[in-house]
Design a protein around this ligand. Structure first.
Ligand code: PRP
Length: 185
């Protein structure tokens, strides 16, 4: 971690910390679903693609991967307030065990929308696995598998972006406030 991009304030979670926690989550999920049939994992694009890729390779139970693409933020530092489906699942999920995989829960708006929408498709079970949740008093469905709680700052890396940059950093870092306040003004 000798060189950090000057737009980044600090590293919040190192590659090693993330990797260890992802393995723990996968182990717990594998134990919990061991007696079930195929687990249907739903990765929420774009942010969850790296987390999902690492998580599924640590699972020791039969599983299927599918994706949804949603949008809640524009390229600005504030939420637009609306969630919409940009790309839907490839298959019906009725009577299947569904695990939503998200990179981050911030306001909780996206995860609440997903629960409501997918519950309407009558899965056998519906749970969520989220890498990071921001601290704060938000009301949404409980997260079943949570990697980390982080401070309420703008984070990038490990799938998370700012205006489509920094997504492929191997660690999670806090973005300097000056970067997103500059673009907002
Ligand atoms: C981010 C993230 C979550 C959502 C969380 O997605 O991946 O899906 O915001 O925010 P919320 O809890 O306030 O609803 P974003 O809309 O930025 O799209 P992206 O994953 O394609 O970057």
């Amino acid at each position: 971690m000798s060189k950090i991009n000057p737009d980044l304030e600090r590293v919040l979670l190192t590659q090693e910390e993330i990797s260890l926690r992802v393995a723990e989550l996968a182990q717990q999920i594998s134990e919990d679903y061991r007696q079930n049939g195929n687990l249907y994992l739903v990765g929420i694009l774009k942010g969850a693609f790296i987390f999902l890729a690492d998580l599924v390779r640590e699972l020791t139970i039969p599983h299927t991967v599918d994706f949804m693409a949603l949008s809640s933020y524009g390229n600005s530092a504030t939420s637009s307030g609306a969630v919409r489906i940009l790309m839907d699942l490839r298959a019906p999920i009725e009577n299947r065990d569904i695990l939503l995989v998200e990179d981050i829960v911030d306001t909780g708006q996206t995860i609440s929308y997903l629960h409501k929408t997918l519950q309407g498709r009558r899965p056998r079970s519906l749970k969520s696995c989220v890498l990071v949740q921001k601290e704060g008093d938000v009301s949404h469905e409980p997260i079943d598998y949570l990697g980390f709680t982080i401070p309420n700052v703008w984070v990038v890396g490990y799938g998370l972006d700012y205006a489509e940059t920094y997504r492929t950093l191997p660690y999670l870092a806090e973005l300097k406030r000056s970067v997103y306040t500059k673009d907002a003004s």
